[in-house]
Ligand binder design. Sequence first.
Ligand SMILES: [Zn+2]
Length: 142
Amino acid sequence: MGTKSREVIYGSRLRGLVMDAASAREEAIAAVRRGDRAEAEAWSLRMEGFGGPAQPSPTLGQCLNGGLAWLEVECMRCKTRAGLSLVYIRRPRDTPTWKLEASLRCRACATPRRRAPARIIKLTAEREIPQRPWDGADPDEV
Ligand SMILES: [Zn+2]
């Protein structure tokens, strides 16, 4: 049996299996993404529609992987709303999204001594409202 017959016997089966493995992995990645999207949308809807509970929530990484990369928040005092990009929030990607709420502070109605807390409204795929005047509202800067 020479090289040619090995190719005949094994070659096409091998190539087929390599392709099957690659497409199965792509499907798995897409399935995880759909799961992350659905979980993030469900949490967002619960927050917007029922006001919570905020826990448990998807992680920052799950929201981003699911394509919901914007967090809409509202100041509890002046009711200013803002869209924050989850991409630029400097927290580990496995941080539960609800944990951000505690460190959100409004700069629109800030005084030197006090900045009002904010609450999470919902997640969105695109920025739906301007980021200003919340440009500096990154939780890590509070
Ligand atoms: Zn405010």
